[in-house]
Write a protein that binds this ligand. Structure first.
Ligand code: SF4
Ligand code: SF4
Length: 394
């Protein structure tokens, strides 16, 4: 068999946390100690040799790469210091770019040297919208309401600020959803090429959701796999509140959309701020605190890994941490300065908050945040490949 290593791929892995991959001498200790690896499909030993050989196409179609939770148990026991957990993290980073759509935006989001563009793009879009809305100002004090950030108009069925926020965020969220769909469906097709299934023996959409996707989501929410990790057990303490915070904020955003954009059309009084004592407002504030708590725990954990265990500092890992911290801290500061009546600061923090949220949407499918969808579908695939749809194919 002739092997044609993709040298660019190997170079990418080395720069994205996989700098130790050449140290592996295939002893298989990592596959034995990995708490998430199954007996029938062990990892990460095979991924280490494929990575050394530069077998890019094989690795991006390998569900086991996405099943790894980067717990670090394999790294702790590797006799050669090859850090297989970090190598798998680097392969995932490559896969998100490989599957990313549009390719140009995906490539842009992989490098620290593009940070001025990554931040500047949403910052300019929102600044231009703020300027053309005619509402651009920094209030001096008194009653401050972010509902007037983009100014006011006489059209009572939709407030001007809601209109501009929709015009900015809905296309960004739409692109994230479409890009994730394109990436995950290509990944699924590649993974399924390794299975000997017949086209007329496939689950319906409902069967797919109920038998594979929903159980995977339930398992993710429970954090059962994180709890199986040994060396990095503490990571679940930061990851769980962070994940619950995102679920809470998804509920709050959906409620806000229904309240302001839909019910607000027939009842314009819904356009105003949600009272502090409203359960949804309480959920929003609790979620914001959980987000900040979770992300700073992960921040501390990552810093500690780098200084104690010599883990490579990568843009891939830090970009997501900084981005989530920016969303949480700017949102909290905007709210606190609003309540304190410091209008100019409240509006500045609110502007930064909008930029951070737009960044989260825009770059979600290509950065570490993409594990949200790719790992979920890989976990669904893990169930699918041992189901009757595959095994009883006749
Ligand atoms: S990564 Fe380390 S533990 Fe795993 S096979 Fe290679 S040398 Fe052995
Ligand atoms: S980091 Fe953890 S889950 Fe990933 S391969 Fe290593 S032991 Fe397994």
């Amino acid at each position: 068999m002739q092997i044609n290593p993709d040298l660019q791929f190997i170079k990418f892995l080395k720069g994205a946390g996989g700098d130790t991959l050449k140290k592996c001498y295939q002893c298989a200790t990592c596959s034995v100690v990995c708490p998430l690896s199954s007996d029938s499909k062990p990892f990460p030993r095979k991924e280490m040799i494929w990575a050394q050989w530069g077998l890019k196409d094989k690795l991006v179609a390998d569900p086991d790469v996405f099943l790894c939770h980067q717990c670090g148990d394999c790294t702790a026991y590797c006799p050669r210091g090859a850090k297989p957990g970090d190598v798998l993290g680097a392969i995932r980073a490559y896969a998100y770019t490989h599957y990313g759509f549009p390719a140009g935006l995906a490539k842009l989001a992989t490098s620290a040297k593009n940070l001025p563009i990554l931040i500047g793009l949403p910052a300019i879009i929102i600044l231009v919208c703020w300027a053309i809305s005619g509402g651009m100002h920094l209030p001096a004090g008194g009653h401050i309401d972010f509902g007037g950030f983009f100014g006011h108009w006489d059209f009572k069925y939709l407030s001007k600020t809601v209109f501009f926020i929709d015009a900015i965020m809905l296309p960004a969220a739409g692109l994230a959803i479409f890009s994730s769909y394109m990436g995950v469906s290509t990944m699924w097709k590649k993974m399924a090429e390794g299975l000997d299934t017949k086209p007329d023996f496939r689950p319906s959409a409902v069967q797919f959701v109920m038998e594979f996707l929903w159980p995977a989501v339930q398992e993710i929410i429970s954090h059962n796999r994180f709890n199986e990790c040994g060396a990095n057990k503490d990571r679940a303490k930061g990851h769980k509140p962070l994940m619950l915070a995102f679920i809470g904020l998804l509920i709050v955003t959906t409620y806000g959309f229904i309240r302001k954009d839909l019910i607000g059309i027939i009842n314009p009084s819904m356009h105003g701020p949600i009272p502090l004592w409203d359960p949804i407002k309480i959920l929003a504030n609790v979620s914001a605190v959980a987000m900040i708590y979770g992300v700073f725990l992960l921040w501390g954990k990552r810093s500690n890994d780098e200084s104690v265990s010599g883990t490579q500092a990568t843009f891939y890992d830090w970009f997501l941490i900084y981005e989530i911290a920016a969303v949480g801290v700017s949102g909290l500061l905007a709210e606190l300065t609003r309540l304190a009546g410091i209008g100019s600061l409240a509006y500045l923090f609110y502007y930064i908050h909008l930029v951070a949220i737009m960044m989260l949407f825009l770059y979600m499918p290509y950065t570490k945040f993409a594990h949200l969808v790719y790992r979920t579908f890989a976990m669904a695939f893990e169930r699918y490949r041992v189901s009757n749809y595959v095994l009883n194919k006749n």
